[in-house]
Design a protein around this ligand. Structure first.
Ligand code: GDP
Ligand code: IMO
Ligand code: MG
Length: 432
């Protein structure tokens, strides 16, 4: 266990295995905080062969006595939160004291999901190249309201008067857009208001001042882990804009989305998959639409944990990883799904791009430049052995060790944890 306050972030386009690494760390931390994103996330933890998928609850929930915080930077989908709490298995009897939901978190309302779908359909009709392929969870429209200062916050769900006023105003702006721009039926104030109050009654016991919870835990010297959702390349500022999500997924996001002075972050953990995947639209230089991609998808079970969509797959991209290391200031890497590469006929890594005939080693954080990037590959010796039972680095075949060592050299960051299977026990620790 490294520093007391740590940020864990995805180094690629999401689904790197953040959930399982949070679970691995959760046995030692006291507090786990989600600080951005919403129910677009799907974080999988497998314990004793049983799969748990967290969309909104922090992935530390499976360990007893951990305080799990949903910070102000999260966009909260109460319907999903209630479902997730009710479906927790085994149900933690102490959830009332273990879950803290920020009063300042913005609420994803049904109209946000409607607008998300309608906007995607509008793009498809008017400019198919601009479709994002969102998760349909209302994320973008909810953040729009937040920054437009017309959003509904968790605290409003337990305050009928302010809720009524805010919701009326909000809907009176939204309905003309739904009807006149998108040709959709309007949303109904009464049913949304009633539903919001029901959500409020359920959520009230969990509402708290999350900044105070976090600050007090840090002050007490507890181990606090910030659990990033999505990934660096989906960050609204640093990702492949416009094919990104609506929040700051990078490590810096935890300072604003969870209330933390930047100087308090003791260690940044980057979670990186041994190859690359992406769900939704947008450039992906190493995508393989042939046999290699198919093989990675099949063996890696690369289907979305939130939407079930097949993930696009391809080789590891070091240009992108070096960029993720840079914008997050990563101190250590957790390398997941190394076992998926066992038995490949070939093994390649993108070391640079060629853009307009020129070699480029710096990741262009613009979708338009990245669309033109052709990967320059280096080949590595593949290995045939099943590595899922390997308990230490030394037990790995030499070709797998070489692959890991190369990633360390080329990224400049140590690999402290290696995933050789989805289960809690399928983990190699190297001074993590
Ligand atoms: P997250 O969103 O970053 O938490 O990742 P997801 O849960 O969406 O996707 C990761 C998938 O890979 C899940 O199905 C995990 O159970 C699985 N997984 C994670 N680490 C490993 C690993 O080291 N090996 C294998 N085979 N599967 C893994
Ligand atoms: P986790 O936390 C992978 C992608 C969507 C789409 C884009 C915008 O499990 O890694 P949004 O619904 O956020 O407006 O969609 O971002 N996306 C993810 N891809 N993993 C995720 O989360 C994602 N969350 C959003 O597919 O391309
Ligand atoms: Mg996921």
């Amino acid at each position: 266990m490294g520093a007391a306050v740590q940020a864990l972030v995805g180094a690629q386009w999401g689904d790197e295995g953040k959930g399982r690494v949070v679970d691995a760390l959760a046995k030692e931390v006291g507090v786990v905080v989600r600080y951005q994103g919403g129910a677009n996330a799907g974080h999988t933890v497998v314990v004793g062969g049983k799969k748990h998928v967290f969309h909104l609850l922090p992935s530390g929930m499976l360990y007893p006595n951990r305080l799990c915080v949903i910070g102000n930077g999260v966009v909260l989908d109460p319907e999903q939160l209630i479902k997730e709490i009710n479906e927790l298995d085994p149900a933690p009897g102490d959830i009332g004291t273990r879950l803290a939901v920020s009063r300042a978190a913005h609420v994803v309302m049904p109209c946000h999901k409607r607008l998300d779908a309608a906007s995607e359909a509008f793009r498809k009709k008017n400019d198919p190249g601009s479709v994002i392929g969102t998760t349909g969870r209302g994320i973008g429209p909810c953040y729009v309201d937040k920054y437009n200062r017309t959003g509904i916050r968790a605290e409003d769900l337990v305050s009928p008067e302010s809720l009524e006023k805010k919701l009326r105003l909000n809907i009176s702006e939204k309905n003309p857009v739904l009807e006149k721009i998108y040709g959709e039926p309007p949303v109904d104030f009464e049913s949304m208001y009633r539903q919001a109050l029901e959500w409020g009654a359920f959520i009230e016991p969990y509402l708290s001042d999350s900044s105070l919870e976090i600050a007090s835990a840090v002050e007490r010297g507890e181990y606090v882990l910030f659990e990033g959702a999505q990934g660096t390349l989906l960050d609204v500022d640093h990702g492949t804009y416009p094919f990104v999500t609506g929040s700051n997924c990078v490590a810096g996001g935890c300072c604003t989305g969870g209330a933390l002075g930047p100087g308090r972050i003791g260690r940044v953990i980057g979670v990186v998959k041994a190859y690359c995947t992406r769900v939704g639209e947008g450039p992906f230089p190493t995508e393989d639409r042939g046999k290699v991609g198919e093989r990675l998808r099949e063996k890696g079970g690369e289907f979305g944990a939130t939407t079930g969509r097949p993930r696009r797959c391809g080789w590891l991209d070091m240009t992108a990883l070096r960029y993720a290391v840079m914008v997050n200031g990563m101190d250590v890497l957790a390398l997941t799904k190394l076992d998926v590469l066992s038995g490949m006929d070939e093994l390649k890594v993108c070391v640079e791009y060629e853009i307009n005939g020129k070699r480029v080693s710096v990741f262009p954080n613009s979708a338009y430049a990245l669309e033109k990037a052709k990967p320059v590959y280096e080949s590595f010796a593949p290995w045939k052995e099943d590595i899922s039972r390997c308990g230490s680095f030394e037990e790995l075949p030499s070709a797998a060790r070489d692959y890991v060592s190369y990633i360390e050299r080329a990224s400049g960051v140590r690999v402290g944890l290696i995933g050789v299977g989805p289960g809690r026990e399928d983990t190699i620790y190297r001074d993590f």
